[in-house]
Design a protein around this ligand. Structure first.
Ligand code: OGA
Ligand code: ZN
Ligand code: ZN
Length: 386
């Protein structure tokens, strides 16, 4: 039986060699060159067998299912082979071989798990002194390293600017497609942000837009938002940004009960016109399985009436108002006017954006925008890093 040691597109550097493997009642304990010991349950090892009978080599996806073997499956034999891989011969004669770099990268002893947790990319929360990461259109379009640098800044700082973008309508889509396909919405593949008489959104007026995320009315808010300036000759209309994660963290410190309410009480957001009616009910702050903030959902102009228990209504209003008040504090704000040929690209699920009112009689203002999902950004980064 051919035994592939990795069923993956990544490579796993050998941090420390495998010294020894020993059969135990519930699994195999291995000892590494740096003396770390990692237990692996029999089921876990069998579940992760990378051989060509368990993983289809073309798709690199598993064909074996862990429910195909008895829950009390054990091994007859284990050793470290001449290539330094972990070899396991199972009760039923099946044989598995594990690359030591792969095994170490997936070990689940406490030290290995803590190391992996610490090595996650850290988002840099920012406040008023934010140093805007700037990129050049030409470089990002032509050079993969410049592209990767831009995408990493999007992932980690959440807000970037690209300069030197052609001002022909539609040119934004070339840049967006460097990441992945564009996420279309009822506003189009690209949307035109211009003051118009028959506006189907406050965005398409000359009003100020308070700090918000786009499309909180959708189950999945768009991950990246692009706003490309074709013309900005009107007075007013400057851009304003706030790191929503920084505000959430400050609220958590200042008023933990208010923070908890914003994490737990769902709020309805609505976007309706003559042909569509989108609604989503979800809390303003979303967290992941590790209790870290992953998303802010907020656009006061799209919000429906609060619907919570009478006892919670006033505390919830206090929490919601406090969050908005904090976003209005200049200590959190980054403000800059966008000029023709410049483009904002930011994490719409993290960074709140706003614009000042402008005077359409004083000159033209035309921005184009589009969305790309966060998954596409992260996938593109991983592939560029392979
Ligand atoms: C929008 C928006 C900002 C601007 O269209 O959602 O936030 O500067 N526009 O016009
Ligand atoms: Zn196998
Ligand atoms: Zn917007």
């Amino acid at each position: 039986m051919p035994v592939n040691a990795i069923a993956d597109y990544s490579t796993y550097p050998l941090i420390s060699p495998l010294l020894q493997a020993r059969l135990q009642p519930e699994g195999i304990e291995v000892t590494w060159g740096d003396q770390r010991r990692s237990p692996f349950h029999y089921l876990w090892l069998r579940d992760n067998c990378p051989c060509s009978a368990c993983v289809y080599s073309v798709t690199r996806e598993q064909v074996f299912e862990v429910a195909d073997v008895p829950i009390d499956l054990t091994a007859q034999h284990t050793d470290v082979d001449e290539q330094g891989a972990l070899r396991v011969v199972w009760q039923d004669g099946h044989e598995s071989r594990f690359d030591p770099g792969w095994l170490r990268a997936h070990a689940y002893d406490a030290a290995s798990r803590a190391e992996r947790r610490a090595a996650r990319p850290r988002q840099q929360r920012w406040t008023a002194g934010f140093e805007l990461p700037l990129f050049e259109y030409q470089a990002v379009m032509e050079d993969e390293q410049a592209l990767l640098d831009w995408l990493l800044a999007l992932r980690d700082a959440g807000l970037t600017q690209v300069r030197g973008v052609p001002t022909e309508p539609g040119s934004l889509s070339h840049l967006a497609r460097k990441i992945a396909f564009i996420r279309e919405s009822n506003f189009g593949v690209l949307f035109n942000v211009q003051s118009k008489a028959d506006a189907d959104s406050n965005a398409y007026t000359a009003f100020n837009l308070p700090l918000h995320t786009d499309l909180p009315t959708r189950e999945l808010q768009p991950g990246l938002q692009f706003l490309h300036c074709l013309i900005n000759d009107a007075s007013g209309g400057d851009s304003l940004f706030v790191d929503g994660f920084a505000v959430a963290e400050a609220l958590r410190q200042e008023a933990p009960q208010a923070y908890r309410l914003l994490c737990e009480v769902p709020v309805e957001f609505r976007n309706k016109d003559r042909r569509s009616d989108y609604r989503c009910e979800a809390p303003v702050i979303a967290r992941d399985a590790w209790d870290e903030v992953t998303e802010i959902r907020l656009a006061n102009f799209l919000r429906g009436p609060f619907n919570t228990e009478p006892d919670v209504m006033l505390p919830f209003y206090r929490a919601y108002r406090r969050f908005i008040e904090m976003t209005r504090e200049t200590r959190f704000q980054f403000r800059q006017r966008l000029e023709a040929g410049q483009l904002w690209c930011f994490d719409n699920r993290r960074i709140l954006h706003a614009r000042d009112a402008f005077d359409p009689a004083s000159g033209a203002r035309h921005f184009q925008g589009c969305y790309v999902d966060r998954d596409e950004l992260l996938s593109r980064i991983r592939v560029l890093q392979r």
